[in-house]
Write a protein that binds this ligand. Structure first.
Ligand SMILES: [Zn+2]
Length: 413
């Protein structure tokens, strides 16, 4: 709906800047690269190839086809996933075999070595997304893009923009949760992969000739079972069950059990077509839902997104709720879960994300090289501040829906 920082770069340079997005995940490649990108590439689990869309081009560039022919996903998966260092040195994680981790079908225990060479037969190339080699492969492809597309060597001397999203961390996190050996190993390997990529940039683009920034789109919760086993407070919101009981309560009052369309991402979506055709009062319906949700365990606040409610909510939460709301796309009611409670069941191990709590929203942010002042800061800044910071560095306009502020501490000049 709105422009991206990469769109603004394209507009400011009369479309002479090159912009490329790369990620294992389609949306991870597409969204940061924006509407005007030269290309967005992502990994297709079915074929094991990097692909794109006719939105950008009719046919894949020759270099992408050549890259795909190397079958690197095959090579990595055949190596199996062993820990980078001896497993007994992994002291920042639990034992290797715990009930908090997910398994692949056919695996007896969630333990090392992960036999990816065998699992590939059933799971296919999709498997690489859930191993640290998914990140390695993404950066292999990013290097090929830099070289083949001559990124950073634009004949018009304009700035080029490469967006890389390393999605394996998300897949590994979901599957094994925060405390697993698999997580410790994934981040040890990611650290090596990033070091290797930075050395590549220094060599091919030149130290000080590029600006690098690194962040995350979210963090994650501890597995609630792990957390409560350590005697912390936490739990699961059985959202499907909650949706069913809301609908049966609404049926008693309004004569229909399909009024709540979905309860997803902590938002209640109403079936407005049905509500209109039955000539029901939305305000009454919402009141019934809010009163009912307020009785559920594990829910701190229930918020009417149209604001017809006089409620005391801490200001930081109120701001987050409003920032995340879009009248055309959001649900009518927002649920704020208690800390360490999430939508899920103990039957699906691993973990998830999507709440306001610091463990889920506090993420790293690193800026380096060209135009960046050296230093460290613990001041709170937000993801939305990155685009205006880059706009300041590039002397271009901020994205057209921007609400962030430049982080002046990182700006050298
Ligand atoms: Zn995720």
């Amino acid at each position: 709906m709105a422009s991206t920082i990469t769109d603004q770069l394209k507009l400011a340079t009369n479309f002479q800047s090159k912009v490329i997005g790369i990620s294992m995940k389609d949306r991870g490649g597409i969204l940061p690269a924006g509407h005007f990108a030269d290309a967005a590439y992502w990994f297709e689990g079915k074929s094991g190839n990097w692909i794109s869309s006719t939105f950008y081009m009719e046919k894949l560039p020759h270099w992408v086809e050549t890259f795909n022919k190397q079958k690197l996903a095959d090579k990595y998966l055949k190596q199996d996933w062993n820990t980078l260092y001896p497993i007994e040195t992994y002291t920042n994680s639990t034992a290797d075999d715990t009930p908090y981790e997910g398994k692949w079908p056919g695996e007896e225990t969630p333990t090392f070595p992960r036999k990816t060479s065998e699992l590939i037969k059933d799971v296919g190339y999709e498997l690489i997304k859930t191993t640290p080699q998914g990140n390695t492969l993404t950066l292999d492809f990013a290097k090929a893009a830099i070289e083949q597309e001559q990124l950073g060597n634009n004949p018009t001397e304009n700035t080029d923009f490469l967006c890389v999203s390393l999605s394996a961390t998300d897949y590994v996190g979901h599957r094994y949760s925060l405390s697993a050996v698999e997580i410790e190993d994934t981040y040890l390997r990611l650290d090596q992969d990033i070091a290797n990529f930075l050395a590549y940039l220094d060599k091919h683009i030149g130290k000080g000739n590029y600006t690098f920034f690194l962040t995350a789109d979210h963090a994650a919760s501890y597995n609630p079972m792990y957390y409560t086993d350590q005697q912390g407070n936490g739990g699961y919101l059985f959202t499907r069950q909650i949706q069913r009981s809301l609908n049966s309560e609404l049926k008693e009052k309004f004569g229909n059990d399909k009024i709540v369309r979905s309860l997803m991402n902590y938002q209640v979506h109403l079936n407005y077509t049905l509500i209109d055709s039955l000539q029901l009062d939305t305000k009454d319906i919402k009141e019934t839902i809010i009163n009912s949700l307020n009785k559920e365990e594990g829910i701190t606040y229930v918020v009417d997104m149209e604001g017809n409610q006089n409620m005391f909510i801490p200001a930081p939460l109120r701001e987050k709720i409003i920032n995340g709301y879009n009248r055309r796309h959001s649900g009518a009611i927002q649920i704020i879960a208690d800390p360490q409670w999430y939508a899920g069941t103990p039957r699906s191990p691993g973990t998830t994300h999507g709440v306001w709590s610091p463990y889920d929203s506090h993420i790293p942010l690193v800026f380096m090289e060209w135009g960046i002042k050296q230093g460290v800061s613990n001041k709170e800044v937000h993801v939305v501040d990155i685009a205006p910071t880059l706009a300041s560095l590039l002397h271009i306009m901020e994205p057209n829906g921007n609400i962030g502020k430049p982080i002046v501490e990182v700006l050298g000049q």
